[in-house]
Design a protein around this ligand. Structure first.
Ligand code: ADP
Ligand code: MG
Length: 661
């Protein structure tokens, strides 16, 4: 259905130094079209790339490096340093130097994870203030969005010095980023003065850079991304030329930093330190730096010298072979195995059924990692595009396509919703409107009605997750729809529309169809979910599935029973005279039995007793109908039967039977 042709660029989507330095001599056309860019906003390193003559290439800094360390230092004079200079200050000024700020994006200040993530001086939100994370650095207070914007500003100006006019940007985000984290990324871009053409999932970007969408319409691929401090595994499938995320997994605390630590620890032990707590911090820093340098050297060499400077002593020097290194880091590498196997299982594919495995992230340069991936997936991994740059290349290619003159649908890239989105209905039941794994962009409407007579408003509580009860899911937003004229229960027609755009952002609309009253919210939840939260929520939903369904069915029965109880009691109050004594006693007995059953919490009993009340109320219902008709014919309005008006919004009631899965 959707066919893309970029074969010319993809073979050359590779960093090419000669090409790049030539660009410095290019003569700019002042009327030139602004150039779209692609940005990999990484936890450890960030990059910006663009497309020249169909080839993706990274913009280099003055040291000819494509990488900008994602580190921001707030200096005493109010200045801000970003990149390698900032990173070099991190050890000395840990609280003024923010590293790995991506981990905080879209997170809440009250999230227990937040404080565990860094040595920073967190500002607690005051009453009524938003719940976003804020850091105190020197005399100012900054948010993760602002810190990320500093990184983006440097990338933007790097691109500007090279391209003159920068157009819109495609920015990559991890596949597991939720609405809040995606929104935070967009906000950071806006703050940096960038127009976001689209947010693109990192693994999808890597697949695009490899042109895996070329020459085929179907396929399944794994993207193995081992960076500095995070590991992500994603299974993608290509359907009709469109990529979809089938499953994601990983470990947000695993990466090249752990390799550095393993090597540094070993050296410090060899230097005679038994207890690491006794090692001076500067020596720890030097050992880590030396370990990283040795690790990088051992990618190509089979042997290198590990040198650690010591104050007042000769430097510690030792020869480290690749075998020594492999033995030290093997446990780190093997920690990626379980998540990979789980991701394959979740996607329902066997390693043999994969059409390819892509390596992403600086740490996949380590030869041991490549061997391990091959073992794990039974495939020689694709690695000929620089794993540091492959995501930025994919983003640039996508940006080029989006800004291009070709038809827009060409660039349609579909991802899926990681967790179901829905609303709370009567009885606290979560009604899923967009189920998990729905391909985005997506939209769906569902009809609801009023539960009580004369209900003039609805509470719309938007929730995310797989559990059957709203309270067990994550609350994203609450809003009300008011001003509906009084109508009997079930007469109002509420249409709730969920739309998730191509960036994965959710907007919810609610419209009462008989009056046309409507409300709309953009859902910007106050904090985000990490990959492992998504995983935990999914695990819980499996674990509690039976229990949850039982709870949901019970709630549904209770809601139904309450409705019948309310309506019958009302009828009895208004028209009780229509029954003889026996009939009345029987009906009252049935009502009592239903109330007792509701107390017991026995779903089956509630159901039976509800039916019992319905049966016992039949004569009353028939006679009321006759009386109503007679009254109407003698000129009385039907409204006389209605109680006084209530003005209390309640949760909507699903039209038709509540369903169970
Ligand atoms: P992120 O996606 O988290 O921003 P990157 O993909 O930039 O991270 O990966 C950074 C990691 O890659 C660091 O731990 C770095 O030491 C490691 N790395 C970079 N080059 C090499 C190399 N030649 N050999 C081994 N590890 C490398
Ligand atoms: Mg990365």
């Amino acid at each position: 259905m959707i066919v893309r042709d970029r074969s010319d660029r993809l073979t050359s989507a590779r960093y090419d130094e000669a090409q790049d330095s030539m660009a410095l001599l290019q003569i700019f056309d002042p009327k030139a079209r602004p150039e779209p860019i692609g940005i990999d906003l990484g936890t450890t390193n960030s990059l910006v790339a663009h497309v020249v003559d169909g080839r993706a290439t990274c913009v280099l800094d003055c040291d000819l490096s494509p990488l900008l360390p994602s580190v921001v230092h707030y200096a005493s004079h109010g200045g801000v340093l970003v990149g390698a200079e900032a990173r070099d200050l991190a050890a000395e000024h840990p609280r003024e130097t923010l590293v790995s700020v991506k981990r905080f994006m879209g997170r809440g200040a009250d999230d227990p994870e937040t404080r565990r993530l860094g040595p920073y001086d967190f500002v607690s939100p005051r009453e009524g203030e938003s719940n976003t994370v804020r850091f105190r650095v020197r005399e100012r207070v900054v948010t993760p969005v602002e810190v990320s914007a500093e990184i983006l500003k440097v990338l933007k100006s790097r691109a500007e010095s090279h391209l003159r006019t920068v157009g819109g940007a495609v920015i990559t985000v991890p596949a597991y980023f939720d609405d809040a984290q995606r929104q935070a990324t967009r906000d950071a871009a806006r703050l940096a003065g960038l127009e976001v053409l689209r947010l693109l999932n990192e693994p999808t970007a890597a697949a695009l850079a490899y042109g895996l969408d070329k020459g085929r319409t179907q396929g399944t691929f794994a993207v193995y991304d081992l960076g500095g401090g995070t590991f992500d595994i994603t299974v993608l499938s290509l359907d009709d030329g469109v990529f979809q995320v089938r499953s994601t997994g990983g470990d947000s605390q695993l990466g090249g930093d752990d390799m550095d630590r393993a090597v540094a620890l070993d050296a410090l032990h060899a230097m005679g330190f038994e207890d690491l707590a006794t090692v001076p911090p500067t020596l720890v820093r030097r050992a880590l730096d030396a370990a990283r340098a040795a690790k990088h050297a051992l990618t190509d060499a089979t042997e290198t010298a590990l040198t650690i400077e010591r104050d007042g002593d000769a430097p510690y020097v030792r020869t480290l072979t690749r075998d020594d290194f492999d033995a030290l880091v093997r446990p780190v590498v093997e920690r990626t195995g379980p998540a990979c196997r789980r991701a394959l299982r979740d996607a329902g594919v066997k390693p043999e059924a994969l059409d390819g495995v892509i390596l992403v992230g600086g740490s996949t340069r380590v030869p041991l990692v490549r061997r391990y991936v091959k073992e794990l997936f039974h495939h020689e991994p694709l690695a000929d595009i620089d794993p540091d740059q492959v995501v930025a290349f994919g983003a640039a290619l996508q940006a080029d396509m989006l800004a291009g003159t070709g038809p827009r649908e060409d660039a349609l890239i579909l991802d899926v919703i990681p967790l179901s989105l829905g609303i709370e209905t009567m009885g606290g039941v979560a009604e899923k409107i967009l189920p998990r794994n729905t391909t985005i962009p997506a939209g769906r409407a569902q009809q609801f009605t009023t539960y009580a007579d004369n209900q003039t408003g609805f509470i719309l509580h938007v929730v995310q997750g797989e559990r059957e009860l709203a309270a067990d899911n994550r609350s994203l937003a609450t809003f009300t729809l008011k001003g509906i004229p009084p109508m009997p229960a079930g007469a109002a027609r509420l249409e709730v529309t969920f739309r998730v755009d191509a960036d994965g952002l959710l907007s919810v609309g609610a419209k009462e169809l008989t009056t046309g009253i409507e409300q709309h919210v953009e859902v910007k939840p106050s904090y985000g979910l990490e990959a492992e939260d998504v995983e935990r929520m999914l695990m819980e939903s499996f674990e509690f599935a039976e229990q949850d369904i039982a709870a949901r069915q019970l709630r549904e029965r209770v809601v139904e029973a309450e409705q019948v109880l309310g309506a019958t009691q009302k009828a009895l109050t208004i028209d009780g005279d229509l029954l003889d004594e026996d009939e009345r006693a029987e009906l009252e007995g049935a009502l009592r039995a239903l109330r007792d059953a509701m107390q017991s919490g026995d779903r089956q009993a509630i159901h039976l007793r509800t039916e019992g009340v319905d049966r016992a109320a039949l004569p009353l219902a028939e006679r009321r109908m006759n009386r109503a008709v007679q009254r109407a014919m003698s000129g009385h309005a039907l409204q006389e039967f209605e109680e006084e008006l209530k003005d209390r919004p309640v949760h909507p009631h699903l039209v038709g039977d509540g369903h169970t899965h």
